[in-house]
Design a protein around this ligand. Structure first.
Ligand SMILES: Cc1cc2nc3c(=O)[nH]c(=O)nc-3n(C[C@H](O)[C@H](O)[C@H](O)COP(=O)(O)OP(=O)(O)OC[C@H]3O[C@@H](n4cnc5c(N)ncnc54)[C@H](O)[C@@H]3O)c2cc1C
Length: 347
């Protein structure tokens, strides 16, 4: 791979920052007057203010209002070089990164690439649900909602119209709560004016939360206020409710209840790259060795059963084999359930 072009060999040590979100940008700002060559690489040339994405999704703000050009932010940073590129690989031994625009050596490397939406390995949901992590996600949500309203006008059956109008949000954290509130206000004040032919009493806004409270990281008082506020706005908040499947039309809940909607926003938790690594590390370091131990232990069990009375000293091995075998099954079971998303709130 070629070197990234036009990055001079610096007199000062080189700090490479990957990602210019809140973390990367703040660090780059702090290093403005330090004696480093700072190289910032991001796959986008703008910083996005994620807390207001819900406003873009509900047409309250344009994407440009929450996106700030990085070159403008960094224009007075004489020690800073910015490039658009995507980090692909790091060689920590050689202190080199490999990106879509070439390779580069570093003295210090900061990876601040943020997080991604966590679908908890639920394939159907990943395929059909709408995440809200970037301006393009927000615009997609906005377009899907508006296209569904346009489509609702072409139908006569109440069930069918409701499926186009209904919106389900999964995750009662700040994103889900803010989005539900904004949609409920849209339903009340804006949509009836824009779509006078649609009866918006047929539109339901659901907020499904697997925990026992909304915005549970905040105080119980705030949590209750958020609940009451949404309730008053007509949002159907369902606590202690898991969404187990969604095929693009029917949301299946852990309670056995089903609801029809063509719009399901997935605003649950996030998944950092490190989490992904730690799960594969878990598999490599615990599950696979445990599986091997289990197989060996199983062999001991069989041997112990066959030789049982004749070789009494193998009995203790059988007992241990059974315990280990059980442990292995438990771990495998846990892993399978996790893959299916059953432990979505744990992992
Ligand atoms: C809808 C929403 C609402 C939120 N509301 C709030 C709130 O009200 N209050 C609050 O405190 N927090 C809120 N947050 C969380 C907050 O936005 C994040 O905690 C914060 O953005 C994390 O900053 P970061 O720098 O780690 O990552 P990010 O801001 O996500 O930045 C990561 C950067 O890395 C870049 N990148 C990613 N991968 C690569 C790669 N391979 N190569 C190069 N570049 C890459 C991306 O382009 C991006 O610019 C909200 C988040 C969302 C999604």
């Amino acid at each position: 791979m070629k070197q990234i072009a036009n990055i001079p060999n610096a007199e000062n040590k080189r700090v490479v920052i990957i990602g210019s979100g809140f973390a990367g940008m703040k660090l780059a700002m702090e290093l403005k007057k330090e004696k480093f060559q700072v190289v910032v690489i991001d796959k986008r040339n703008y910083h996005q203010f994620q807390p207001l994405l819900y406003q873009v999704a509900t047409a309250g703000l344009e994407p440009t209002a929450i996106s700030f050009p990085l070159r403008k932010l960094f224009q007075y940073h004489k020690n800073l070089i910015f490039r658009i590129g995507t980090l692909m690989e790091v060689d920590p031994d050689k202190k080199q990164i490999f990106t879509s625009i070439g390779k580069l050596s570093y003295d210090y490397l900061v990876i601040a690439t943020g997080a991604r939406t966590n679908f908890f390995n639920m394939g159907n949901i990943k395929k059909h649900a709408l995440p809200l992590k970037s301006p393009s996600d927000a615009i997609l949500i906005r377009n899907v909602i508006l296209e569904n309203y346009e489509e609702a006008l072409n139908h006569t059956s109440d069930n069918c119209i409701s499926a186009y109008l209904n919106i389900a949000i999964v995750g009662g954290g700040p994103t889900g709560v803010e989005l539900a509130g904004a949609l409920a206000e849209m339903k009340k004040f804006i949509l009836p004016k824009d779509y006078p032919d649609i009866d918006f009493t047929k539109m339901r806004i659901f907020l499904f939360e697997s925990g026992s409270a909304l915005i549970k990281n905040m105080s119980p008082k705030s949590s209750k206020q958020a609940f009451d506020y949404l309730d008053k706005l007509g949002v159907e908040v369902r606590l202690n409710t898991f969404v187990s499947d969604y095929d693009g039309k029917i949301v299946k809940l852990s309670s056995g209840e089903n609801h029809m909607t063509y719009t399901l926003v997935w605003a649950t938790s996030i998944d950092a790259l490190a989490v992904g690594l730690s799960m594969s590390m878990l598999q490599v370091s615990i599950i696979y060795p445990a599986l091997i131990i289990g197989i060996v232990a199983g062999l001991f069990t069989i041997t112990g059963l066959h030789l049982g009375k004749r070789v009494a000293r193998l009995t203790w091995l059988s007992t241990w084999a059974e315990i280990l075998g059980g442990l292995v099954l438990w771990i495998i079971g846990l892993n399978i359930l996790r893959e299916k998303g059953v432990f979505s709130t744990i992992f």
